[in-house]
Write a protein that binds this ligand. Structure first.
Ligand code: SAM
Length: 262
């Protein structure tokens, strides 16, 4: 997968070289390119913002540097991801690059969106600052690529770099070969498998007793059926406590006949 990030704070993306994402890049599973937006400015001060039309507080990011940056990166998109959304790809739908625009006014970013993005081979992130990017940039590139405006939560951060770190990590851990054990994310909270619509319940490791607190006996017994039931019950209980909305939205077929209602 190729990841491009265009930002006025390239150093903010340094964590992409660490841990799981960094290791995936070192192993050649990811090609991460972080670009300084100011490289596409032409004035002495490398200006990227200006006052908003219509008045109001704050500044707005100018369209020209974004346009030049995106033109260059889209022209350099990998061969298996044609930039033309109408490309003939055997009817499978466009597999071109995805422009990911972090914004609090976007659609919610969740595990399902992460899985959709993990299925693509080129993601271009445009983290903004100030009051965001001139609207015409999204309009322009929506005609040339798939654009996803995404919010990581109902709060406003100073910039889109932290949301990019969040989204990249969520996407990259779903890529084949990235997690040591491919099963690791199967039972995660929000995963689409047998525990769909449930948060993950509590987890334990050695020692069996710590400060007088014992690991639940069932987990030590080795009976797979009992362990699976215990895990599901605790996932149900935790979801009922923390996210009852997820249970209310769960379709009838996702319930197991043995499920208790908490
Ligand atoms: N005035 C904008 C609004 O109310 O929608 C907020 C702009 S915010 C100060 C600056 C940038 O931070 C945004 O353009 C976006 O890139 C990023 N950002 C802030 N909060 C975010 C969130 N919850 N999800 C995704 N991106 C966010």
């Amino acid at each position: 997968m190729r990841l491009d990030v265009i930002t006025i704070f390239p150093e903010y993306l340094a964590p992409l070289r660490l841990s799981l994402v960094g290791r995936a890049a070192d192993r050649g599973l990811l090609d991460i390119r972080v670009h300084d937006l100011r490289a596409w400015t032409h004035d002495r001060h490398h200006t990227v913002d200006d006052t908003p039309y219509g008045g109001g507080p704050g500044m707005v990011m100018k369209p020209e540097p974004w346009g030049e940056a995106l033109d260059e990166i889209l022209a350099d998109t990998p061969a298996d991801t044609p930039a033309d959304p109408d490309a003939d790809d055997g009817g499978a739908g466009s597999r071109g690059p995805v422009l990911v625009v972090p914004t609090p006014s976007g659609r919610p970013f969740g595990q399902e969106v992460a899985a959709e993005l993990a299925d693509r081979s080129h993601l271009i992130f445009t983290p903004a600052r100030y009051e965001g990017i001139d609207r015409r940039v999204v309009e322009e590139y929506a005609e040339r690529a798939e654009v996803r405006e995404l919010s990581i939560g109902d709060y406003v951060l100073a910039g889109g770099e932290a949301p990019v770190l969040v989204m990249v990590e969520a996407v990259v851990r779903l890529l084949p070969g990235v997690l040591g054990n491919a099963e690791s994310h199967r039972d995660d909270s929000f995963a689409a498998g047998s525990m769909a619509h449930l948060l993950e319940g509590p987890v334990y490791t050695k020692p069996p007793v710590w400060r007088g607190r014992e690991v639940p006996q069932v987990l030590l017994g080795g009976h797979h059926g009992h362990i699976a039931r215990w895990r599901r019950d605790h996932a149900l209980r935790r979801t009922a406590e923390h996210r009852p909305d997820l249970l209310r939205a769960a379709p009838p077929e996702s319930w197991d006949p043995g499920d208790r209602r908490f």
